[in-house]
Design a protein. Structure first.
Length: 286
């Protein structure tokens, strides 16, 4: 059995760790509330914008199709891996890394794959295996539509220039504080949607249908990337809050166990001392 000094040191260490994990849980819970409200309010708009764009795109002829919808033979793929800058979030970052490796080994096996990392954690691991096209770490310091739009514009231009034939987003979709789903989402080219001849869209377009589509497509792509980053941001805080909650519970359980061992050791030490005193006194009497 460990001596009393070692047990006291371990109890102090575990108690300090428990205070840190508890504080991190509260911080993540506060940030999660704001991030969750943002993604919940954004989703209906983003989904309706995509639905409107797909409805209009389905009615365009081939010669009217957007440059962002050009279907080419896939030789070079860019995977945009969205992770966090900090750890202690359970399997949040690990799941993204596994998903990227799965795409490279299964879905796009034999293709020329590059990775763009958004977040430090994915870059630290994936840079050992893949060619990193670009790494963005500071976007979470000010996660806004305007800042994300700059990144989206760069990706759109590289696709138009023919640098990549397909661009895929990999991120954690926020479900709730305890659940995040890894998503593989095609960013470019725009996923074609077949028109339903039974549905008649009787709209009056002002300006022309083509001008509306050309205006909506860049905006929709920027919103798609912004939604993915907002989803990931909320998922990160949910995952970290859950991980720190479990860590706090484990630290509490370990501390209680150590206290019990300490009390048993202390009681055994006191008992031994009493026995020694009684034995000494008995020897003097004899």
């Amino acid at each position: 059995m460990a001596n009393l000094k070692d047990l006291r040191n371990r109890i102090t260490s575990v108690s300090s760790t428990m205070q840190i994990t508890s504080a991190m849980k509260m911080v993540s819970a506060a940030k999660l509330s704001k991030a969750q409200d943002a993604i919940t309010q954004m989703r209906p708009y983003a989904e309706k914008l995509t639905e409107l764009l797909q409805s209009l795109s389905a009615t365009l002829t081939d010669d009217q199709s957007s440059k962002y919808a050009e279907q080419r033979e896939v030789n070079k793929v860019l995977v945009v891996a969205i992770s966090s800058n900090r750890g202690l979030a359970g399997a949040f970052n690990t799941n993204i890394i596994k998903a990227v490796k799965y795409l490279a080994e299964r879905q796009y096996s034999g293709k020329n794959i590059e990775v763009m990392t958004i977040g430090k954690k994915a870059n630290d691991i994936l840079s050992k295996t893949f060619e990193i096209h670009k790494n963005v770490n500071d976007i979470y310091d000010d996660l806004s539509y305007d800042n994300v739009a700059e990144i989206a514009e760069g990706l759109m231009q590289e696709f138009v220039d023919g640098k990549y034939d397909k661009i895929v987003l990999v991120y954690n979709q926020f479900v709730n504080a305890a659940t995040q789903k890894v998503q593989h989402e095609q960013f470019l080219p725009i996923v074609p949607v077949e028109s339903d001849e039974n549905i008649v869209l009787d709209y009056i377009y002002e300006p022309s249908k083509m001008e509306i589509v050309l205006e909506l497509i860049p905006k929709s792509l920027k919103m798609q990337l912004y939604k993915a980053l907002s989803d990931s941001f909320a998922s990160e805080h949910g995952a970290r809050m859950t991980a720190m909650h479990k860590a706090t519970d484990n630290a509490t359980e370990l501390r209680d166990s150590l206290k019990l061992s300490y009390n048993k050791a202390r009681q055994a030490s006191i008992t031994n001392e009493i026995l020694e005193i009684v034995g000494g006194a008995e020897a003097l009497n004899n």
